[in-house]
Write a protein that binds this ligand. Structure first.
Ligand code: GLY
Length: 410
């Protein structure tokens, strides 16, 4: 078993091992004894397992491993399942979950278990942060993205009509349990999304992640990407499926990068912003695509765009964008961004989280670590234009047709 101890105001362990779902009950009980001492662990009687429909069907049934394991450890288990998709990461879902908790008489000593990818994790964590002013919760991530990013660090929350993640709380979990066998059922597309966040951790502060990832991954037809040509096709993402079982040490290293940063700046007043590498532009790309392009794929384009712009302005090493492009291409990311600098800058500036005259950008400097740079909002469009010049151009067919973004084959 790999253990990563996160030393935030509330300390906790991230445990990684095959078969952890079948040990979840006893691990949670032991953790409660440690935290609450003596008979304290016995006080927790109930657990609400929160997941979306897909994850519940795969891992959250009474005939599967997790719930019997929790019951064997003496917990009474209820389940709260909501419909799949980002549209359901909203206040109404949290409200229904709070109603479920009150209907089942959950007290401050009971717990929530978030079972799933980023969306169930964010919804369940937010409900845990506010129910009775805060109860304990445990993250059991079932996607690569959730394992390397969203389940660690305590960010919880939901979207508001005005924008993504605008309501939330910092609320660290008691425990994060990652059982890598869950990746077997993860669709290739979702695995690739998680890969973007895993590689992001490498660019932020651990080049060994990138070297090992490149060794594990077979070159694809489109590798290395050549400027001016179409990037690798999404189907190349299939080729790293065989490597799933080899990902665990890389997942652990990526979590450790996040641990270091979160321990230094739990509430994102400074260095935690490094974790947003590729995200300012990535969120703008997602928005311009009307959320048809998924988060990881948009972040991959965002990372390359920022590196290209930074290299043109001599803010990073000359070879940095080329390496980023090679690595992302090896993992099958389509790096053609079909949007104009004007549209991207407008989408980025309308992000409700951007306040004031400047924005903070994360500048990669591979093989060195990333750093933060402030940029006047008025210069964002020029910066994005510089970056777009370095991105591959789609030579096959336009991705924007009839004014609407179409993903491949769409
Ligand atoms: N996903 C970025 C963070 O946790 O700060």
């Amino acid at each position: 078993m790999i253990t990563i101890h996160v030393n935030t105001a509330r300390e906790y362990d991230v445990l990684l091992a095959d078969g952890l779902r079948s040990q979840a009950g006893e691990l949670i009980r032991e953790d409660l004894y440690r935290r609450r001492g003596g008979s304290g662990g016995k006080e927790a009687r109930q657990i609400c397992v929160v997941s979306d429909q897909t994850v519940s069907d795969l891992f959250g049934g009474r005939e599967q491993t997790l719930i019997p394991a929790l019951e064997e450890a003496g917990f009474r288990v209820t389940t709260f399942v909501f419909a799949d998709g980002e549209d359901h990461k909203r206040m109404e879902t949290v409200e229904s979950l709070l109603d479920h908790l009150t209907a089942h008489h959950f007290t401050r000593t009971d717990l929530i278990v978030a079972l799933g990818g980023g969306i169930p994790g964010d919804v369940a964590g937010f409900a845990a942060a506010i129910y009775l002013r805060g109860i304990d919760f445990v993250q059991i991530p079932t996607s690569l993205l959730a394992a390397v990013d969203s389940s660690v660090g305590g960010k919880t929350g939901v979207n508001l009509p005005a924008g993504k993640n605008l309501a939330g709380a910092f609320h660290q979990p008691n425990l994060v349990l990652f059982d890598p066998s869950v990746l077997k059922t993860l669709p290739p597309d979702r695995l690739q999304d998680g890969m973007a966040e895993l590689l992001k951790a490498g660019f932020i502060g651990d080049p060994e992640i990138l070297r090992t990832a490149m060794d594990l991954q077979e070159p694809t037809a489109a590798d290395p990407g050549t400027p001016g040509q179409n990037g690798a096709a999404g189907s190349d993402a299939e080729s790293f499926l065989v490597r799933r079982e080899a990902l665990l040490p890389l997942i652990a290293r990526a979590i450790d990068v996040k641990r270091r940063i979160v321990e230094e700046d739990e509430r994102e007043s400074g260095s935690r912003k490094l974790l947003n590498l590729g995200h300012t532009v990535g969120h703008a790309i997602e928005r311009c695509s009307d959320y048809r392009l998924s988060h990881g794929k948009a972040v991959a384009q965002g990372m390359l765009l920022v590196a290209e712009a930074a290299a043109r302005r001599r803010l990073c090493r000359e070879g940095c964008p080329k390496t980023i492009r090679q690595i992302l291409t090896r993992f099958g990311f389509d790096l053609c961004c079909p949007f104009s600098p004007e549209d991207l800058a407008e989408a980025a500036a309308s992000d409700k989280k951007i306040r004031g005259e400047t924005i903070t950008l994360v500048i990669p400097d591979y093989p060195g670590p990333c750093r933060l740079e402030s940029l006047p909002v008025s210069e964002l469009e020029g910066f994005i234009r510089d970056g777009l010049e370095g991105l591959p151009v789609d030579v096959s067919e336009g991705l924007i047709r009839d004014g609407v973004y179409h993903s491949d084959g769409d």
